[in-house]
Design a protein around this ligand. Structure first.
Ligand SMILES: NC(=O)C[C@H](N)C(=O)O
Length: 327
């Protein structure tokens, strides 16, 4: 049997509520990895499974330190020829960010699958056990080699880059509306229908080995008619770059523009992403002349991670734009 290591970080998949009918008001990150593994003994039919507790928290508190630890630990484990794949149990609130971060920093073709749940482990019809089983089946499969980091939940195989949480409670919360799923889990096997063309994992230039922190990047929400207090605060508190969550195609209030233009002249990176859930952020000629960088279709939270990683390599705006075009 293939060998799959499960790294556990917490989330609702490890959540405990007072009553089996409670699907809110529970405590995420309550059960340990051994309990989660014992709850799904069927996994052993598909892989030799072992667990490791990395953290046990709700994913709104997954910080840079945990991200760097996960990336380095996954790289260490996958360098071992005896390990065939990794599953990471994770809260769904920031699973897309951790998945994307690992998509950029894992140096291996072997499967890395993130999994969570929308209902706590104690709930009637908890979705965690089936999700965990399917995540292990996916991570154990050679068909998942080279596809990049994925999120497997609700029978769907989702690409780290394009997938976003769309609903606060529905088990079908993860979607990639314009691009779709990579595939589905069917009869205990991954069935893939498409692949992402963007650079990832073994083909990524980012290396976080030895890093203890990442350059600070803030996301500034663009609100109509806003003044410049939010971007000012970001800069004053040490941001090395800003991602603007524009109102669509780089549409931001004039006060933000007046603040960004002189900063960009000095080489400070401002990346225009958008708070609109789908579509590409494309720069106008004027935006380009003023020095803005474009996130394309990458959402603000993922743009932040990519800009942080880009800044570990370069501060040259042209290079940063190349990175946004390739990843
Ligand atoms: N469904 C979940 O996992 C939500 C939880 N608050 C978390 O992200 O850890």
């Amino acid at each position: 049997l293939p060998s799959v290591k499960i790294l556990a970080t917490g989330g609702t998949i490890a959540g405990v509520a007072q009553k089996s009918t409670d699907v809110t008001g529970y405590k995420a990150g309550s059960l340990g990895i051994d309990t989660l593994i014992q709850a799904v003994p069927q996994m052993k039919d598909y892989a030799e499974v072992s667990g490791e507790q990395v953290a046990n928290i709700s994913s709104n508190n997954v910080d840079t330190k945990i991200l760097l630890h996960l990336a380095n630990r996954v790289n260490e484990l996958l360098a071992d020829p005896k390990i065939d794949g990794i599953v990471i149990t994770h809260g769904t609130d920031s699973i897309e960010e951790t998945a994307f971060f690992l998509n950029l920093t894992v140096k291996s073709d072997k499967p890395v699958v993130l999994v969570g749940a929308m209902r706590p482990a104690t709930a009637i019809s908890a979705d965690g056990p089936m999700n965990l089983l399917e995540a292990v089946q996916a991570a154990a499969s050679p068909k998942m080699k080279g596809v990049g980091v994925t999120i497997v939940m609700n029978d769907r195989i989702c690409a780290a880059r394009e997938t976003t949480k769309f609903n606060t409670s529905n088990v079908a919360t993860f979607q990639a509306p314009e691009y779709g799923y990579l595939g589905v889990m069917s009869k205990a096997q991954p069935v893939l229908y498409r692949l992402s063309t963007r650079r990832h994992t073994a083909n990524s230039e980012f290396d976080v080995k030895g890093l203890e922190t990442l350059p600070r990047v803030d996301v500034v929400y663009a609100l109509p008619g806003d003044d410049a207090r939010m971007p000012e605060a970001a800069l004053k508190n040490g941001a090395k770059g800003i991602v603007s969550a524009s109102m669509g195609n780089g549409s931001i209030p004039n006060a933000h523009k007046d603040f960004y233009v002189p900063l960009m002249k000095k080489g400070f990176p401002v990346v225009l992403s958008e708070r609109v859930p789908t579509g590409d952020c494309v720069l106008s000629g004027e935006d380009e002349a003023q020095g803005y960088l474009a996130a394309g279709n990458l959402n603000p939270q993922k743009s932040r991670l990519l800009l942080q990683l880009a800044l570990t390599k370069t501060t040259d705006p042209k290079e940063i734009q190349r990175i946004f075009n390739e990843y």
